[in-house]
Design a protein around this ligand. Structure first.
Ligand code: MN
Length: 241
């Protein structure tokens, strides 16, 4: 029994080294494991499933499809527009925003992590808007080129705003973490989003709880971090070709 977790790859055509690293990971590390979890922001952005015709997206999706094991994908804040065609192209199952899976006998909460950053109220307001069904339908009804342009504009503005936000605003809020453990009645959680690779212990409802934060890949193209759970327990690993 061995399950792998990655997140925040931020794959895009302008990062060929990263793309190669991830495709090698899929070919050389993933086979032989029992499941692969991708916990959001696999792509730098996803404008809609009709963008599957783009050669870069097709390349990544077919590399995923070639991995013959159960694959699970959580929506990130950049690729929440995955739909049925993405699932068909990759063979992955799309998970809801928060889900508890049994990982080696431990009920474990899986989420991207952006919902835990509750101090960033501007982002949470934005998120609430764009994750609604009405926004999704209206947005996806626009031509692909127009959607991509809007996303590019948003990304540029978001980068500008990030420079002005304090580091603590962009991290998870302890109360949101405690609430998530409490809400799901679990003592283990895995998320990404903050790119702050670490393992944290929390006391919630008198229980000791563990929170595994995955790191990103795009700032460390020399090696990709992942979390593995197997018979030896939880292990942090770095994939270097
Ligand atoms: Mn994210």
């Amino acid at each position: 029994m061995s399950v792998l977790f990655v997140s925040d790859l931020h794959l895009c055509p302008s990062r060929p080294v990263l793309t190669g690293l991830f495709c090698d990971f899929l070919r050389e590390v993933v086979p032989g494991n029992d499941a692969l979890y991708l916990l959001g922001d696999i792509f730098e952005y996803w404008a809609g499933d009709d963008d599957l015709t783009a050669p870069f997206n097709a390349q990544i999706c077919s590399a995923l499809k070639a991995c013959d094991l159960p694959k699970f994908v959580l929506p990130g804040n950049r690729d929440f527009l995955f739909g049925a065609d993405f699932c068909a192209a990759t063979g992955a199952r799309l998970l809801p925003d928060e889900v508890v899976h049994d990982i080696a006998g431990t009920p474990t909460l899986l989420l991207h992590g952006d919902t835990l950053c509750t101090d960033d109220t501007a982002y949470q307001t934005f998120r609430q808007q764009v994750r609604g069904q009405a926004w999704r339908e209206t947005f996806l009804a626009q031509p692909l080129a127009a959607r991509k342009q809007q996303i590019e504009d948003l990304r540029r503005r978001s980068e500008e705003q990030k420079q002005m936000k304090s580091m603590s605003i962009m991290d998870v809020h302890p109360q949101a973490v405690a609430d998530a453990f409490h809400r799901h009645g679990v003592s283990a959680m895995i998320h990404g989003h903050t790119h702050r690779l670490n393992t944290h212990q929390h006391q919630v409802d008198g229980h000791s709880c563990t929170r595994y934060v995955l790191g990103d890949w795009h700032d460390t193209p020399e090696g990709g971090n992942y979390l593995a759970c197997d018979t030896h327990g939880w292990q942090r690993k770095t994939w270097r070709p």
